[in-house]
Design a protein around this ligand. Structure first.
Ligand SMILES: [Zn+2]
Length: 373
C-alpha cells in the first residue's frame, strides 16, 4: 500500500516536472465557481461522477461487438463485400472502445477504483496502442497544453501539414485541406508500428522527454503488442492467405484512423478554437478559460453521436473535468454553458458533425494559404 502511494506520488511529481515550463495566468475565479456548481449538480442530482451503471453496460456492448464482429470476420465471412463491411464495422467499434472504455479509464473517470481504471486504460494495449505512452502524450501534454504548438503533440503532423499559426508554412500546404484526409487514414497504422516504438526507444514524445517506463510498464507494452499482433495477423493467418489478412487489417486500420483523426480535429483544429502562444513562458488565460477557448463541442443534441464517441463531442466538458465519467457530460454541459455566459467566456460549439467537419476543412485551407496567420 505504502509502495503504491509512493509510486503515485512519484508519477504526480514527474507530471509536474514535465508541466512546469509553462505557466497559466492566475485563476480568475471562474474555475472555482464552475467547480462549485458542478459539485452541486452531483450532490443534488441523481448522478454519479464515476462507476456509472450505463458505463458498465456500454463496455459489455462494445466488447461483445468487437469480439463478435472479429469472430464472424475471421471464421464465417466468405465474400469480399462481407469482409469489407465487417472490417469497416470493426474499425468503428475499435474507435468506440478507445473513445469510451480506454479514454475514461486513462483519465480515472471510469471508476473510483484505481485497478478498474488501469484495466480499462489497458484496453488500448489490446487494440494496438500503448497505454503508458498515451498517458504522457494525451493525459499530460495534450490536456495541459491544448493547442500550444510544441507542447500539444496532437497538433504535430511533421512537415505534412500546418495545423497551427505557430507552425512554419511550406508551399505545398496550400493543398493540405485535400491531401491531409488521406494521411488521417494512416494514423492508426503509424501508431501501431512506428509511433509507440519510436517514443519508447528515444524516450521522447515529439521533442518532450517523458519518464522512462518501469519494468511493469514495459511488460504491459510488449504483452499488449503481442496480443494485438496475434489478433491482427497470428490467428487470421491460420485460416486465410497473407494477402487477405493484410488487406483486411489495412481496411480496419484506415477506418479507425479516419474516425480517430476526425474526432480529434473537430474538437480543436477548427476556426472557432484559439491557438495561444506563451509569452515569456506564461499563457495569457487561466487554465480553465484556456481549455474552453481552445476546444469546440459538436452535435451536443445527438445521443447516438455522444454514445459512440464516448462524449468526445463534449470536449469542452471533457477538458474541464477529465476525471468525470463521460456519461454525465450532457448534464454538466448545461452548467458550463450557463457559467460561461455569466462570466463572458466564449463557449464554442457546432450544431452537427457536418458543421464541425466543414469548419475543420476551412481552417486547414486558411492555414495552408495564409502564411501570415
Ligand atoms: Zn482526454
Amino acid at each position: 500500500m505504502q509502495e503504491r502511494d509512493e509510486s503515485q506520488r512519484s508519477v504526480k511529481t514527474q507530471e509536474k516536472e514535465l508541466a512546469k515550463k509553462l505557466k497559466f495566468a492566475n485563476n480568475s475565479g471562474f474555475q472555482a465557481e464552475l467547480r462549485r456548481r458542478v459539485d452541486e449538480l452531483f450532490q443534488n442530482g441523481n448522478l454519479k461522477e464515476r462507476d456509472c451503471p450505463q458505463m458498465y453496460t456500454k463496455t459489455a456492448i462494445l466488447l461483445l461487438g468487437f469480439f463478435g464482429t472479429y469472430a464472424v470476420l475471421v471464421l464465417l465471412a466468405q465474400s469480399w463485400w462481407q469482409v469489407g463491411i465487417l472490417c469497416i464495422v470493426l474499425g468503428v467499434i475499435t474507435a468506440g472502445i478507445g473513445f469510451s472504455i480506454q479514454h475514461d479509464g486513462a483519465h480515472h473517470a471510469y471508476s473510483n477504483s484505481l485497478w478498474v481504471n488501469k484495466l480499462m486504460a489497458m484496453s488500448l494495449d489490446v487494440i494496438g496502442g500503448s497505454s503508458y505512452i498515451w498517458h504522457w502524450k494525451h493525459d499530460v501534454l495534450h490536456h495541459t497544453y491544448v493547442n500550444i504548438a510544441g507542447y500539444d503533440m496532437d497538433l504535430e503532423v511533421g512537415i505534412f501539414g500546418r495545423l497551427s499559426p505557430a507552425h512554419a508554412h511550406l508551399p505545398f500546404h496550400r493543398w493540405q485541406h485535400y491531401y491531409l484526409w488521406l494521411l488521417y487514414g494512416l494514423l492508426a497504422i503509424k501508431w501501431h508500428f512506428y509511433d509507440d516504438f519510436y517514443c519508447l526507444i528515444t524516450g521522447k514524445i515529439g521533442d518532450r522527454p517523458y519518464p522512462r517506463p518501469k519494468r511493469s510498464n514495459l511488460a504491459i507494452f510488449f504483452v499488449g503488442k503481442g496480443i494485438f499482433l496475434s489478433l491482427v495477423f497470428g490467428i487470421p493467418l491460420l485460416l486465410h492467405s497473407f494477402g487477405q489478412v493484410f488487406a483486411s487489417y489495412v481496411l480496419v486500420a484506415v477506418t479507425l484512423g479516419i474516425v480517430l483523426s476526425v474526432v480529434f480535429q473537430l474538437a480543436h483544429v477548427v476556426e472557432e478554437a484559439n491557438f495561444p502562444v506563451a509569452k515569456a513562458c506564461v499563457i495569457e488565460n487561466d487554465w480553465a478559460i484556456h481549455q474552453i477557448e481552445t476546444t469546440v463541442n459538436f452535435s451536443r443534441n445527438n445521443p447516438y453521436v455522444t454514445w459512440l464517441l464516448g462524449g468526445l463531442n463534449f470536449q469542452v466538458e471533457h477538458h474541464l473535468f477529465p476525471n468525470i465519467c463521460h456519461i454525465n457530460y450532457p448534464e454538466v454541459s448545461k452548467v458550463v454553458e450557463q457559467t460561461c455566459q455569466e462570466f463572458g467566456v466564449r463557449y464554442n460549439q457546432h450544431g452537427s458533425v457536418w458543421a464541425g467537419f466543414r469548419s475543420h476543412f476551412r481552417w486547414l485551407r486558411r492555414m495552408g494559404t495564409c502564411k501570415s496567420l
